[in-house]
Design a protein around this ligand. Sequence first.
Ligand SMILES: [Fe+2]
Length: 387
Amino acid sequence: MSFKELYQPVHTIIGEGCINEIPRHIDNIGAKKALICTDQGLMKIGTVKMVTDVLDSVGKPYAIFADVLPNPTVSICNQAKALYDSEGCDYVIGIGGGSPIDVAKAVGILATNGGTVEDYNGLELSTHKSAPIIAVNTTAGTGSEVTRAFVVTDEKRKSKMLCVDSNSLAYLAINDPTMMVGMPPALTAATGMDALTHSIEAYVANSRCPFTDGIALESIRLIGKYLQRAVENGNDMEARTNMCWAQYMGGLAFSNAGLGMVHAMAHQLGGFYGTPHGVANAILLSYVMRFNMKSCPERYRDVAQAFGFNTGDMTPEQGALAAVRYVEELAAAIKIPPLKETEFDPKDAVVLAENAMGDTGMPENPRQPTIPEVVEVFMKAYLERRD
Ligand SMILES: [Fe+2]
């Protein structure tokens, strides 16, 4: 028998003003008090207040843990869990891009399973459903509100733990574009390219299926149409709303199909130099597509069609090249910096390539590279060689 298990949040709401629906769902689960996991930046610009105003208006109590940092550590998760316990909370609201939602997932799993975060480093290691998690996404996006994964840095061993656990799927995922209007253009650009990378990698991934194909292509179409508009005018609600849909579908696509060599390489730039995740993906995406092109040109031609090209008269190779060039032009138009303007140092390329080979994304890539081939892709991106 051949079958595929799909992973998704229990409930999802997408659209302008949908944060107002949160109390209804809190009533449905009968929860009493929330721990809000977020960061200082989102506190400062008033994004968290948009949610707490909704909770205040109906008298729902909460405590706030606002000390989540990028690449959250075990100790940050432990601090959040300690506050969850001391405040008598019974569910979690994560407000943010990837990191606060990752911490919310960690707290939710610890609350019902006990132990420490390290116990869940791996695949499906918890036994109980997490405390209810409401994941309020503020970027478009990492897809973190959609997925069953959370990443926590083990500061003692200086390594990143990837906890993949369907018990950590959100009870409610919220994508309200009004939460995203405050995102500066560079962040909109980087997170939007992350979403595009999720969809393109999922569309060519070895574990793809008809469900992920459909949502990946529609996500690519929407990003092609709306990302630049959202970057150029953050108040363009039509663009922001469509980017919400696109990033949600991209999250669902990669959560169920897997990722690929772009993420495998981008994770190394993030780990080594702290390069923002979306920027790293945006830089590498077109170079990896060129590397993969001969293994799946028909698939990349579909991507070109989703971008709006009339591919009827194109060979698969011509279509694939059109898709790659579109990605390059989009990245340039929204001012993604080239690799040589980041911290990347060519002398690290071999180590980065070796580490990329062990990344969970790599087995999903349609063409398996050798270490020298990964080095070559890094170097082509560094030298901006498009051959
Ligand atoms: Fe990503």
